[in-house]
Design a protein. Structure first.
Length: 605
């Protein structure tokens, strides 16, 4: 038994991901191997319908000191090639050797630790061990080395005269064949010695070989496993629901069978069966089958955000009393109190804010769909790789927290985003997004989307000083759709899976006049970065140059806080420069004018 936090079973240590536990390297297996009867149902009808699944289920939580009888989910040792920390002897550890304890060397009883490198399929998401015995004998110097069968390997870390990976080598004690690791990370290194992809994951058996390229990565590299997740808030169900035919089709028990073989001999029969069960035409079933899975998922996520936007606006115009449900408690509040907050700075910023809603309690559900390896444009590996004996389900975890929702003045925002200078600046980022391998995982780069995303980062950085939560605990949700209807808002929230209820610090910071002062401070701080003028005048920063004026000193936040991989950020759209007017440029000028006025007033005394 090993322990991992419940929320981490979705990301970053979910299906297909590697976790290091006390020097052991383990990989999460797919949910077909999970003990279904010991998992826990996560109730969310809206999310199930949007994602087209029958159920969402979570691993069971257990005490901090689990026993051998505690329920859990399986992980498998990977990589299986280990080496002894004392005598350096290598061992290909097999499942039959597992005892539940950390592996030990058969020669000196020293601790066995995993090799650092693994082999990853660049397209299909398969992964395998580096065959170190083949690597050590790939540069043989004699016939005896070529014919060596009883291969006893050691991992030599003291090759004299070499630095870096060239100073590491795998040597065979039987025939004295040796090769260093200098060429190992080179593209096509394994193919040149006759090693190909096995076509599966480490826990799978009887897989078919794959012809796609196989490359070597460090097992701790971030691109070994790129999780594909969806996050949604538990909001009240709409009073008048609209039938989602595509979601109903994807939820049908026979949909996965048809999608796996859309042109098979049984496809027509199953399509007719789905249509009859739902009372729809067969053409609607075929449309759901022909849709791009990535686009279907993006549309589902847009629908989830739009539902949340409507739910938050329900509190606007109502009484100050909290409304909602048990897990969605919200109340409207003022951005500034007219009778008290008479500062010209706050009055100017109040013109840009339409509504503020305090979320006293939120329930967040995070769902794992699958994962990719090596690059963001690789094929998605499903979380269920076995035979399906029941309706489709996905792993999920729930968290509870609180938050602050801000809705911005749509009329002024629409006027600002139509300016030619703004459109020109944003079009460069949008063209980069389309050409980037990250583009399929990101929403369209529009002026309001980049503005609101950047402002959310600035607010999170500022709120971390006063709300009582660490900066890594804060998260964002951006509502920036322009079609078919207009949305313009952000939600800054926190959620924890190991405790119900919250500290209340974030809601307290959303009350007047604290939120107004926080927003003013965030915009004022954005006016200057310690990396300026390089940051402010940058033509591109970050992965694929998907950021403009945004760096670690001014705008970037923890990876756990950002829903868009810390890209599509531009501080200039917030504060402006000599070419591009910022949305809060007038507010920043008001701040500076007020500072000058107060300074002159003090000097006059």
């Amino acid at each position: 038994m090993r322990t991992v936090r419940l929320s981490q079973t979705i990301s970053p240590f979910g299906v297909g991901a590697i976790i290091d536990v006390m020097g052991e390297s383990l990989m999460g297996v797919d949910i077909s191997e999970w003990p279904y009867d010991r998992t826990v149902r996560v109730e969310s009808k809206r999310l199930e319908e949007r994602l087209g699944v029958q159920e969402l289920r979570s691993p069971p939580s257990v005490p901090s000191r689990p026993s051998i009888n505690s329920p859990g989910i399986p992980y498998q040792r990977f990589p299986r090639w280990l080496f002894c920390q004392d005598c350096r002897r290598m061992d290909h550890y097999r499942a039959q050797q597992e005892t539940g304890e950390s592996p030990q060397c058969n020669q000196c009883r020293g601790k066995l630790v995993p090799m650092r490198f693994i082999a990853v399929c660049t397209t299909k998401g398969h992964v395998r061990d580096v065959p170190w015995d083949t690597w050590a004998h790939s540069a043989t110097e004699s016939d005896s080395q070529l014919r060596c069968h009883d291969r006893v390997l050691v991992f030599d870390m003291a090759v004299k005269g070499n630095e870096g990976l060239s100073g590491l080598a795998v040597r065979c004690l039987t025939c004295d064949a040796v090769r260093n690791l200098g060429d190992l990370p080179a593209r096509g290194a394994l193919r040149r010695i006759g090693v190909s992809c096995l076509g599966g994951q480490p826990w799978q058996r009887n897989t078919l070989p794959c012809d796609e390229p196989l490359e070597v990565l460090q097992r701790g590299a971030t691109n070994v496993t790129l999780a594909d997740t969806t996050t949604a808030l538990d909001i009240p169900e709409p009073l008048e629901g609209v039938r989602d035919i595509a979601a109903e089709v994807r939820q049908h028990r026979n949909f996965e069978d048809v999608r796996s073989a859309p042109h098979g001999p049984r496809a027509a029969i199953l399509i007719g069966l789905i249509a009859d069960d739902l009372g729809i035409d067969e053409s609607l079933v075929r449309q759901a089958l022909d849709g791009d899975p990535n686009e279907v998922l993006r549309e589902a996520r847009r629908g989830l955000l739009s539902d949340e936007w409507d739910a938050f606006l329900q509190a606007v115009g109502s009484t100050d009393e909290p409304v909602g449900t048990q897990d969605f408690v919200i109340s409207a509040t003022e951005f500034a109190r007219p009778a008290v907050d008479t500062s010209p700075v706050i009055e100017r910023f109040a013109k840009d804010i339409d509504a503020v809603v305090l979320a006293h309690r939120l329930r967040e559900i995070r769902v794992l769909h699958g994962f990719r390896r090596y690059s963001a444009d690789a094929d998605l590996v499903d979380v269920h790789l076995g035979r399906r004996g029941r309706g489709r389900w996905l792993p999920a975890v729930e968290s509870f927290g609180e938050g602050i929702f801000l809705a911005f003045n749509q009329q002024r925002l629409a006027e600002w985003e139509q300016l030619d200078e703004v459109q020109s600046r944003v079009s460069l980022l949008e063209s980069r997004r389309r050409n980037s391998i990250l583009g399929s995982r990101l929403f369209e780069a529009t002026p309001r989307a980049i503005l609101l995303h950047t402002l959310a980062h600035l607010l999170m950085r500022r709120l971390a000083f006063s709300c009582g939560y660490s900066s890594a605990s804060l998260r964002e949700r951006i509502y920036a759709e322009t079609t078919p209807r207009s949305e313009a808002g952000i939600l800054i929230y926190t959620a924890a899976g190991d405790a119900e209820g919250t500290l209340g610090g974030l809601v307290r910071e959303g009350e007047a006049p604290r939120l107004a002062r926080t927003l003013v401070s965030a915009v004022e701080e954005a006016g200057w970065c310690s990396a300026d003028p390089l940051c402010r005048e940058s033509r591109g920063q970050g992965p694929s140059s998907l950021n403009r004026a945004a760096c670690h000193a001014c705008s970037l936040v923890s990876e756990t806080s950002c829903e868009r991989s810390n890209v599509l950020l531009d501080r200039v759209l917030v504060i402006g420069d000599h070419r591009t007017p910022g949305f809060f440029q007038e507010g920043l000028e008001t701040i500076r004018s007020e500072v000058v006025r107060r300074t002159q007033s003090l000097e006059g005394r």
